[in-house]
Design a protein around this ligand. Structure first.
Ligand code: BG6
Length: 486
């Protein structure tokens, strides 16, 4: 599998991400026999914990977050033997020397420093690692999002990290790129001959990308209230999905070619003026409501604060100005406490050029390709068919349906499983390059600024709906509607 023996060092080892995502992902890899024998995991944190305390904490997290796929005692034993815990304060150089002592016992292994902390600390941690002399040629550093709060801070973090690591050692995570269906989007486009010839403005009317969640801020209020949906989801996950839909076919499936093509998309995005921001973006915040019959609190109740201007919903219209996409709007939206959890990309094709069956009058819409990222991963092509019967032609829209769980009976791996092992391998195809990240911040920045100055009103929406009315209006102005899953 090309995975060399490694030391996986997690900063923020007791944090939510490590316990909820990273450790379960590593344990899944253990169960699938993907971890080389001589490989260990060193968790770092500020708390004073014994190794046993930490192992108990990880086990509880894995039991909870891997409930659908229970692990065996043998797998747990093999995994827990790899785990150790070291108390470390990022300000204390002496703590880094203790880390060095451990790492120096296994000099020949790949070193992965996974920074699951706030990006404010990234520069300092990089400097400390350098000062302690633990950065070898075969060292990688993985940076969790959000990387910065805007373009200036993102550049600053990139510069700080760049002081001690080469670009090919830096792995900026966007876990959406590790999702199976997101990788499959590239296979769909570039592994089939059918789609590329119709993948352009001549055939496509518009594209919609929705990432809808039912959860609220889930105890992450401190972070989230400073961030909001635009920084938390739009700038990274949704923009990356847009890039994968819109990019040109890369010459090779490798880190340079794929990322070069994505960067070109970001650079082709039409910059937004103040007037555009007012016209083409929507910001919302959830109020009390109900999801699936259960009452849900509002954002302010969730945070137990009196006032906040942070958005929990963001929608926007983007345009990619190049030959392929001219005139094709990309509508993006994401929000918390929406009606259902689903993420999908909808490619809306244009109507047939000469409708001999009078489709429009019969309420029949043009073809639509729906790429469902979650929860039930699959691809659906909505076609027009004849309803069987002797009495003339009656039309109906029917789905051609590919459900991944029906075709592939195996467990669909979590995004982090793939990404962690890719980082060990040194393969950064599914990670964001510095220029990409900065281009994405640069495009989002006018929206951040205008929202900050209240140029776009914060629209309330009831929990359990699909966002504020302004979002429906954004589409209605273009005579379109959101596709709310089917
Ligand atoms: C994270 C955001 O990056 O993605 C969270 O910080 C969000 O706010 C999460 O809930 C959604 O990820 P997924 O994989 O559940 O769609």
């Amino acid at each position: 599998l090309g995975v060399k023996p490694f030391e996986f060092v997690v900063f923020g080892g007791t944090g939510d991400l490590a316990i909820r995502k990273l450790m379960p992902a590593l344990l899944f890899s253990e169960c699938d026999k993907r971890l080389p024998e001589e490989s260990d995991i060193i968790a770092l944190g500020r708390s004073d914990l014994s190794r046993d305390d930490y192992i108990a904490m990880v086990r509880a997290g894995c039991v909870k977050h891997m409930a659908d796929y229970p692990f065996s005692d043998a797998d747990w034993d093999a995994f827990s033997r790899r785990l150790s815990y070291l108390q470390l304060d990022a300000d204390n150089g002496h703590d880094f020397l203790k880390l060095k002592e451990i790492l120096d016992r296994r000099r020949d292994r790949v070193r992965v420093f996974y920074l699951a902390t706030h990006s404010d600390l990234f520069g300092k941690i990089g400097d400390q690692l350098h000062a302690a002399g633990v950065i070898t040629d075969e060292t990688r550093i993985v940076l969790e999002k959000p990387l910065g709060m805007d373009l200036a801070t993102a550049k600053q973090v990139n510069e700080q990290i760049g002081r001690n690591f080469r670009e090919d050692q830096i792995f900026r995570i966007d876990h959406y790129l590790g999702k199976e269906t997101v990788q499959n989007l590239m296979v769909l486009r570039f592994g089939n001959s059918l789609f590329e010839p119709v993948w352009h403005h001549g055939m496509i009317d518009s594209v919609q990308i929705t990432v809808a969640e039912t959860i609220g801020v889930e105890g992450r209020g401190d972070y989230y209230d400073k961030s909001g949906a635009l920084r938390d989801m739009m700038q990274n996950h949704l923009m990356q999905l847009l890039c994968l839909v819109a990019m040109e076919p890369p010459a090779h499936f490798d880190q340079d070619d794929v990322r070069d093509e994505k960067l070109k998309v970001l650079k082709s995005l039409r910059p937004l003026s103040d007037a555009d921001v007012a016209d083409k973006t929507v910001r919302g915040q959830y109020e009390p409501g109900a999801i699936g019959g259960l009452a849900t609190p509002g954002y302010l109740d969730d945070l137990a604060i009196g006032e906040s201007q942070t958005e929990t919903f963001a929608a926007l219209k983007a345009e990619v100005e190049n030959w392929r996409w001219t005139g094709v709007p990309f509508y993006l939206r994401t929000g918390k406490r929406l009606r259902r959890k689903f993420s999908e990309i909808v490619i809306q094709f244009k109507p047939v050029p000469h409708p001999i069956f009078n489709q429009a009058a019969r309420g029949i819409k043009a073809n639509r390709l729906i790429i469902r990222l979650q929860p039930d991963e699959g691809i659906k092509l909505i076609m027009t068919s004849k309803v069987p019967g002797p009495g003339g032609i009656r039309l109906q829209q029917t789905p051609l349906n590919l459900s991944f769980s029906d075709v592939f009976r195996s467990r669909s791996p979590e995004a982090y499983e793939r990404l962690i092992l890719d980082a060990v391998r040194g393969n950064s195809t599914l990670f964001m390059r510095r220029d990409e990240l900065e281009a994405s911040w640069a495009w989002i920045e006018p929206i951040l600024d205008a929202w900050q100055e209240d140029q776009v009103e914060l629209s309330p929406y009831q929990g359990g709906t699909m966002g504020p009315n302004a979002s429906t209006a954004l589409m209605a102005r273009d005579n379109r509607t959101w596709h709310d899953g089917e």
